[in-house]
Ligand binder design. Structure first.
Ligand code: NAP
Length: 268
């Protein structure tokens, strides 16, 4: 039995890898030895992330500017990655449009459509294009970042929840279709994670509510019943991605691992 999470010699592509959870996953995969390509639209954001990743791990880093809502851009991005190292082992889907914070009943259907296109359909587009290119010798992995809003009620996140529920279903179906090739498709459903997006949102909420950002965070921990009593650090979610990408997860297929600190279970 292997106890090894080393990823040396493997090539990973992380969509949304310039920021937030995607960046944390890219950093963790690099730290475990993978060559990591990060994909996002904004070149400046990619270059900034690349400079932070430069000193991490033994592998190298590639930046790929592409929009996951565009078939041709995704195909071209995959071509760049496979040309780079001559192989593609791991694809992590984390790109999304950003959180639309509003009750679902106040949300324009066009916004829902846009969020689905930017996350759920973007993930499906990436997987469909990547599957024929991913290594079939046992190192092939696809990891989809969903979100606990799919199954736990978090006020104001209904639009994201619909996309996340779709990501869970998509993970099951692609896993079943890819399993005969030996490619493992799994997901991670993060809970409340302290990415820059949420840190900024907390500042705004704090001003609006006449509280400190720490008080806002603590209020959400209490309101959502997070058993561990705190928000996640992005690297705590990224660790799950390292596990799923590694030989340690060689018999895990079609699963979505909740990394949520026990959200919704704090009844004691
Ligand atoms: N943060 C949390 O607490 C949390 C909790 C549960 C689930 N999640 C999920 O985790 C994933 C990452 O979330 P995050 O909050 O960490 O993200 P984030 O900080 O908002 O970063 C989003 C990333 O996606 C890229 N992106 C956005 N639209 C894109 C497009 N059309 N094509 C290519 N790249 C695009 C962005 O770069 P550009 O703008 O330059 O393209 C950026 O790199 C998402 O799927 C989110 O739903 C997050």
């Amino acid at each position: 039995m292997t106890t090894d999470t080393k990823l040396n010699g493997r090539t990973a592509l992380v969509s949304g890898g310039s920021k937030g959870l995607g960046f944390a996953v890219a950093e963790a995969l690099a730290r475990h030895g993978a060559d990591v390509a990060i994909l996002a639209r904004d070149e400046a954001g990619l270059k900034n992330a690349e400079s932070q990743l430069a000193s991490v791990g033994e592998g190298s880093v590639l930046t790929v500017s592409a929009d996951v809502t565009d078939d041709n851009a995704v195909a071209e991005a995959l071509r760049q990655v496979t040309d780079w190292r001559g192989r593609l082992d791991i694809v992590v889907n984390a790109a999304h449009r950003g959180l639309q914070s509003a009750p679902l009943s106040d949300t324009d259907p066009a916004v829902i459509d846009d969020v689905l296109e930017g996350k759920l359909v973007g993930y499906a587009r990436m997987i469909k294009a990547a599957l024929p290119l991913i290594e079939t010798g046992g190192t092939g992995r696809i990891i989809n970042i969903a979100g606990v809003t799919a199954t736990s009620l978090v006020p104001g996140t209904g639009t994201a929840a619909i996309a996340n529920a779709g990501v869970i279903a998509l993970t099951s179906y692609f896993a079943a279709e890819a399993a005969p090739k030996g490619i493992l498709v799994n997901g991670i459903s993060p809970g409340m994670t302290l990415t820059q997006g949420w840190l900024d949102r907390h500042e705004g909420m704090a001003k609006a509510q006449g509280k400190t950002a720490d008080e806002v965070r603590a209020g959400m921990v209490a309101g959502l019943g997070i058993g561990l009593g705190r928000w996640a650090k992005p690297e705590e979610v990224a660790s799950a991605a390292v596990f799923l990408a590694s030989d340690m997860a060689s018999y895990v297929s079609g699963q979505v691992l909740r990394v949520d600190g026990g959200l919704g279970k704090n009844v004691f």
